[in-house]
Ligand binder design. Structure first.
Ligand SMILES: [Fe+2]
Length: 308
């Protein structure tokens, strides 16, 4: 199930994040890269160098937008000006899907600029799913929601993170950006089995996968994006590809950024997993079964609602 309605039915292969230290190399050497992910907020401007660079990149490469400030889980109403700028940028890039995080980060219009973990409650499920639907309706591009790494939990939570995430995504009828490094980081910080999480998420909605490196400290793990991908995260990635089929994969490397070649070589390690999954192919059958099961669940819900 490499391509689905959440990633514009497109098979993107392996990409890397577009970062300033690599601009010159990319524009002068024009290396072969399947696609680049950009941070939308860096290009939501009226003009100047960022957009000049972006336009040159767009002449050669496919670009997908990734956001960091939508805050689907904040109780604040959506910022219409932000949405308009996002939609304009989406028209410019032709992004096949738009991703942002399942988190909150603002209160009464004041922004923390952090991806804060949600309380996993039914009330939060409703509010968050409704907001994602509103964004999707406005931008007219499939919205894809990413699981974050976290370092704190709420006592009021009524379900696990993976149950919460799945409920939100199903109710919003959106796609998922599955970050396997974030699952690993949170699993160590909160003592759960990362494979339990991975095996629960709705594989048929996964439009894209993130891989990244992290840092281990004495009592916790930090999602630093400044290392190669660790073996434990590759094992999770292998399982994710087994479940989802070959899926657009993106390496995040945001700090202590090495040369373009080093980052790209690390990302391309994903290729062997994608090739193996493409050859095995039974996962498309698994995905189809999962999609059918989800449809049946929806029908049962609708019928039981109608019967009331
Ligand atoms: Fe990520």
């Amino acid at each position: 199930m490499p391509a689905n309605r959440f990633n514009g039915f497109s098979d993107y292969g392996v990409g890397i994040g577009l970062r300033i230290p690599h601009y010159q190399h990319i524009l002068s050497r024009k290396p072969v890269v399947d696609w680049f992910e950009i941070i939308s907020e860096n290009y939501m401007v009226d003009g100047g160098r960022p957009l000049e660079i972006l336009d040159q990149i767009l002449e050669q490469y496919r670009v997908v937008q990734h956001g960091v400030s939508m805050y689907f889980g904040s109780a604040d109403p959506l910022n219409r000006e932000h949405l308009k700028r996002l939609k304009n940028l989406a028209r410019r890039t032709g992004t096949r899907w738009l991703s942002d995080h399942l988190c909150w980060g603002s209160v009464d219009g004041r922004y923390t600029h952090d991806l804060l973990p949600m309380p996993y409650t039914w009330e939060a499920v409703e509010v968050t799913a409704q907001k994602i639907r509103q964004v999707q309706d406005f931008v007219e591009v499939p919205v894809v929601v990413e699981n974050v790494s976290s370092y704190a939990e709420f006592h009021v939570s009524e379900m696990t993170e993976w149950e919460f995430l799945t409920e939100v995504i199903e109710r919003a009828d959106c796609g998922m950006l599955l970050d396997v490094n974030n699952i690993y980081v949170s699993s160590k910080n909160h003592s759960f089995d990362p494979f339990t999480y991975l095996n629960f998420v709705p594989a048929h909605r996964v439009a894209q996968i993130h891989i990244a490196g992290h840092s281990k400290f004495e009592k916790y793990i930090l999602d630093t994006h400044d290392h190669p991908v660790l073996p434990a995260v590759w094992r999770l990635y292998a399982r994710a590809i087994e479940r989802c089929g070959p899926t657009a994969t993106l390496l995040e490397w945001d700090d202590n950024i090495p040369s373009f070649e080093e980052v790209h070589a690390e990302a391309l390690k994903a290729t062997k997993f994608l090739k193996a999954a493409a050859q095995a192919a039974p996962e498309s059958a698994v995905s189809a079964m999962e999609a059918t099961a989800a449809t049946l669940r929806e029908q049962v819900k609708a019928e039981s609602g109608a019967a009331r």
